[in-house]
Design a protein around this ligand. Sequence first.
Ligand code: FPP
Length: 246
Amino acid sequence: MSLINEIDKNKIPKHVAIIMDGNGRWAKAKGKARLKGHQAGANSVKSSIEVCSELGIKFLTVYAFSTENWNRPKSEILGLMDLLVGTIDKELKEIKNNNIKISVIGDISKLDTFVQKKLKLAVEETKNNDALNFVVALNYSGRWDIINACKNIAQDCKANILDPEKIDENTFKSYLSTNDIPDPELLIRTSGEERISNFLLYQLAYSELYFTPRFWPDFSKEEFYKAIINYQNRERRFGKISEQLT
Ligand code: FPP
């Protein structure tokens, strides 16, 4: 029987963020090339999008390429970019049919122009969709996001658009790449690693963290349901005590 039946439909998180880890180890364990692992990982992205659509999760953010990933062999970087472009080509029609909006966070100006063009097209063609917002983090890092926000805040202060005395959490959030996205209630990381690895550093302040030993290509729909059930069994106190929560 599917675990979906055990999910409380009244306690669905609005935003789930995922560090998709373990593609390389999945491939190695099977004697395959690393790129095969990434290709299998793209299938898990698809099934995760389906889970979010089924459950009514409004935002799904995936860490597809970090600023540190530039240190990988050139052939792997090219393979990942080709996979991204190929996946958009293959799936864009269905994404549009399913009312899914694609967003990108990160400094994509450093990506090859053919990748940038494809991403911009996907964002443009889905911008009015309002079921799930699928957010792809590319050439992203949490520290980059924070530093970038600080630079823009400093510029606006210098230009007298912003009063430094009036900067609060809401102001700061509005300068982050996730300005129009609520903070994730749940972060999932696969492959047994238990780190944030420079992902959404500011935004994860109160998120529940869920770690699973499964490699990303093995993160099936049932694994996603398991993570949601685990999240639903936690008590989120935000600094309060249990008795204060009704
Ligand atoms: C981490 O596994 C995975 C990545 C750095 C890339 C994730 C990319 C995809 C799943 C491709 C498709 C993405 C989209 C949005 C269509 P790893 O290579 O670090 O694994 P390892 O730690 O076992 O080597």
